[in-house]
Design a binder for this molecule. Structure first.
Ligand SMILES: [Zn+2]
Length: 306
């Protein structure tokens, strides 16, 4: 509830200060967001930080509230993944803002390769991911993924790989029994990077808590980027800042990407932004790099997407 009240106050303050509208906020790119559906009539999932249920009751409400948050925070591009039909609705509603990700998790199997190729070539899919491989018991270098990486490398689209944490108790849940902590280790992408040196990979959730493995992957493979999604709002703030500080001290400030991992709670977008804004060890330039400049470079936005 504390966070919800805070976001309302921030929203009101922004409205008062922006006489000419919402564009006075500097632009942000959110590299990690989801277009999920809500089963009507069932209980809304609770925000794991605030304990509050989603304020949205339907899939349409969730989409509208999320797109309103994008506009409010001047999030000019967002990489959205989820069930393909739901993501397509977001894209239709906000074609300039939404970049479509091909989603793979326990409910969304690897897509048909020919269909994926056609979708990429037609501009209907822009990113391969989020690949939530850990949750289906698959390592990032599983041979079944090889043709997908080859396709992404050939067509030069980014690949977004989930790394790090899963929710408490995940391996005990039906459909998720293949989940293993060890499958979230960023070091497992190494063979992929070796075999596909032109692949544009970003590791999601900052690779946390695998700090050492993340640092050495970023160091040895300078093409790899890292999004800070979820850990920027769900971890205790000091733990997140300690982790981010280590990455900055190690010299990776030009490779970090903002992400929210908005799932069912549009307010988490503001919470994630606050996670970066409140890092007192970051300069304003470093914050702009994380929020926007690094993603522009990684996505090749000026060259390809506008
Ligand atoms: Zn993830």
């Amino acid at each position: 509830m504390k966070f919800l009240k805070l976001s309302v106050i921030l929203f009101a303050a922004a409205g008062l200060s922006c006489g000419r509208g919402k564009t006075e906020r500097p632009p942000i790119i959110d590299m990690h967001m989801h277009a999920y559906s809500l089963a009507e009539g069932s209980a809304s999932p609770e925000n794991p930080v605030t304990g509050q249920p989603s304020l949205s009751q339907t899939t349409a409400e969730l989409r509208e509230a999320s797109l309103a948050a994008l506009a409010h925070y001047n999030i000019v591009k967002a990489c959205i993944s989820g069930p393909p039909e739901t993501v397509a609705q977001w894209r239709t509603a906000a074609p300039d803002r939404v970049l479509v990700g091909a989603y793979v998790d326990e409910n969304n199997p690897l897509p048909d390769l020919a269909t994926l190729r056609a979708d990429i070539l037609a501009g209907r899919v822009h990113v391969l991911g989020e690949l939530v491989l850990q949750h289906i018991g698959m390592a990032p270098d599983d041979p079944r993924l090889e043709p997908y990486y080859a396709l992404a490398e050939e067509l030069d689209i980014p690949v977004a790989i989930h790394t790090g944490y899963g929710p408490p108790g995940t391996p005990y849940l039906p459909g998720l029994r293949g989940f293993r902590v060890t499958l979230g280790n960023p070091a497992l992408v190494e063979e992929v990077l070796v075999h596909h040196p032109r692949l544009r990979v970003y590791l999601m959730h900052g690779g946390a808590p695998y700090l050492q493995e993340t640092k050495v992957i970023l160091s040895v493979y300078p093409q790899v980027y890292l999004d800070l999604a979820t850990i920027d709002w769900i971890l205790p703030r000091q733990e997140f800042h300690n982790y981010l500080h280590e990455l900055m001290v190690a010299g990776f400030g030009k490779r970090l990407l903002f992400g929210s991992d908005q799932m069912y709670w549009p307010e988490t977008i503001g919470m994630a932004i606050e996670g970066i804004e409140s890092a007192s060890f970051l300069s304003e330039q470093e914050k702009r790099d994380i929020f926007y400049n690094n993603a522009v470079r990684f996505l090749k936005i000026e060259r390809n997407s506008r």
